[in-house]
Design a protein around this ligand. Structure first.
Ligand SMILES: NC(=O)c1ccc[n+]([C@@H]2O[C@H](COP(=O)([O-])OP(=O)(O)OC[C@H]3O[C@@H](n4cnc5c(N)ncnc54)[C@H](O)[C@@H]3O)[C@@H](O)[C@H]2O)c1
Length: 429
């Protein structure tokens, strides 16, 4: 594919920043958008990235100094319809990669304001984009980050977005039945429906990447300089399971597994995330097409992952224990799981499979920044799916305003004093 003008929405985030660098390195013209709301949510939750991350202006300046390549940075909220419309009509992008959403399941399960904030932020942002594309760039290719969590854990094989069903003697190819496990995952499914609808009625083109849980923090571009680091979350709200196990191992805490640990999901290395997005970009959907790629490379149960981390540490003579804790989520702990993930391989994806070396390199990264690990974040009890996370919540959502279209947190998740019981690990995204 020739050089494309690509907008990366959510460029300040874990995956958005790494992807923007990768696409820029591949010769595409990248415009990066973010409202920086995640940095605000971090302040409100009392959380922070393990790896220090620089401001957006500093990061893009450093990238240009090191490579001569320019990423244009713009501060913008996806929930501001006028700003989204102006962006699309002015830039006339060939493609947009949309990462700009609230992406924590526990955050969405804290209480009513957090569930509402998640769904308003995610759905309104995507709707603004769809209408802007309809009116100003109907040929642009929308690449949207969805999640494997939209499918849930059905007792049949998971297909890539669609399934052929025979019913009462008739047959059709229909969207795969979905059973998401949190208000966050539901927001991604609602987005998927809206995007699919827009492709059907307006002839837009979109790729919905149903992504598994991402691990790691190092891509070819990110490792060029410490100032290009992307965020690495480990706390109970934002941290994903393998990253979190590696932190626990690095600081000598037991690896904490929910319940039986048989919960199985798809996983991928962050290097494969950026490669998959590039493959989708360089092999666009046809006009009017809505397609789904299941974006992961291997599936593991939580217990498998904990065992892998333990084995990787044992190879260096280090002992790591695993503890099972009551599961604060409502989910199956033992279930069938077999999800297809062929389409990105067919486009040429060369997966980086999880091995001991990689686990060791993540642990080494953590050890380097061990002074930044807040033990409270590793021990803080998780949000409970049945009761939420903020006892004492008054039940009155903060009113939305013109400048702040999504509900503002009325109460940050409570920070508790360290307790002897370690925090369970969650499977997110
Ligand atoms: N991290 C994973 O393992 C994973 C797995 C599957 C899917 N995903 C999806 O990938 C996307 C990116 O995930 P991430 O881990 O990089 O998250 P992240 O929180 O690190 O980054 C998201 C970025 O989007 C920005 N943002 C949020 N709402 C915005 C808005 N209204 N306007 C402008 N910017 C906004 C935030 O400020 C943040 O910088 C999400 O949509 C998530 O659902 C992530």
């Amino acid at each position: 594919m020739e050089r494309a003008r690509v907008v990366v929405l959510g460029v300040d985030g874990y995956l958005g920043w790494a992807t923007a660098l990768h696409l820029s390195a591949a010769g595409h013209d990248v415009i990066g958008i973010d409202s920086l709301v995640r940095r605000r949510w971090d302040r409100e939750c009392g959380t922070r990235s393990l790896l220090p991350i620089r401001s957006m202006p500093e990061r893009v300046k450093l990238w240009q100094r090191l490579t001569g390549r320019r990423i244009e940075w713009r501060h913008m909220d996806m929930c501001d319809a006028r700003a989204v419309t102006e962006l699309v009509s002015e830039v006339q992008p060939q493609a947009l990669v949309h990462f700009a959403e609230q992406r924590s399941a526990p955050f969405s399960m804290i209480d009513l304001p957090h569930a509402a904030l998640t769904q308003v932020n995610n759905l309104v942002g995507t709707l603004n984009l769809l209408f802007a594309l309809r009116d100003h760039a109907p040929n642009a290719h929308l690449i949207k980050l969805g999640t494997m969590g939209e499918y849930g854990t059905p007792n049949i094989d998971i297909e890539e977005g669609f399934i052929v069903i025979t019913h009462n003697g008739r047959q059709d190819r229909l969207p795969f039945p979905m059973q998401p496990g949190s208000f966050y995952h539901l927001s991604k499914l609602h987005d998927s429906h809206n995007i699919q609808f827009a492709c059907r009625i307006w002839g837009l083109r979109a790729t919905d990447l149903h992504q598994g849980v991402v691990y790691g923090s190092r891509t070819d571009e990110v490792v060029m300089h410490p100032g290009l680091a992307t965020r690495f979350d480990y706390d109970a709200i934002w941290g994903t399971v393998l990253n979190r196990f590696c932190i626990q191992a690095a600081v000598g805490l037991p690896l904490t597994v929910y319940g039986k640990g048989g919960q199985t999901r798809g996983f991928l290395d962050i290097r494969d995330t950026v490669a998959c997005v590039r493959l989708a970009l360089e092999n666009p959907a046809s006009q009017g097409e809505y397609r789904v790629f299941n974006q992961f490379t291997e599936q593991f149960s939580v217990k498998n992952l904990a065992d892998k981390v333990r084995q990787a540490r044992a190879a260096h003579g280090l002992k790591t224990s695993i503890v099972h804790l009551p599961n604060p989520r409502v989910e199956r702990e033992e279930h069938y799981y077999n999800a297809k993930h062929q389409k990105l391989l067919d486009l040429g994806l060369q997966p980086h499979y999880l091995g001991e070396t990689l686990i060791e390199s993540i642990v080494a990264t953590v050890e380097k920044h061990a002074a930044r690990v807040d033990p409270v974040e590793l021990e803080q009890p998780n949000v409970d799916w049945r009761h939420g996370g903020t006892p004492g919540w008054s039940g009155v959502p903060t009113p939305a305003s013109e400048t702040q279209p999504v509900a503002v947190l009325s109460r940050a998740p409570k920070r508790r004093r360290p307790s002897p019981a370690p925090d369970p690990v969650r499977l997110d995204a």
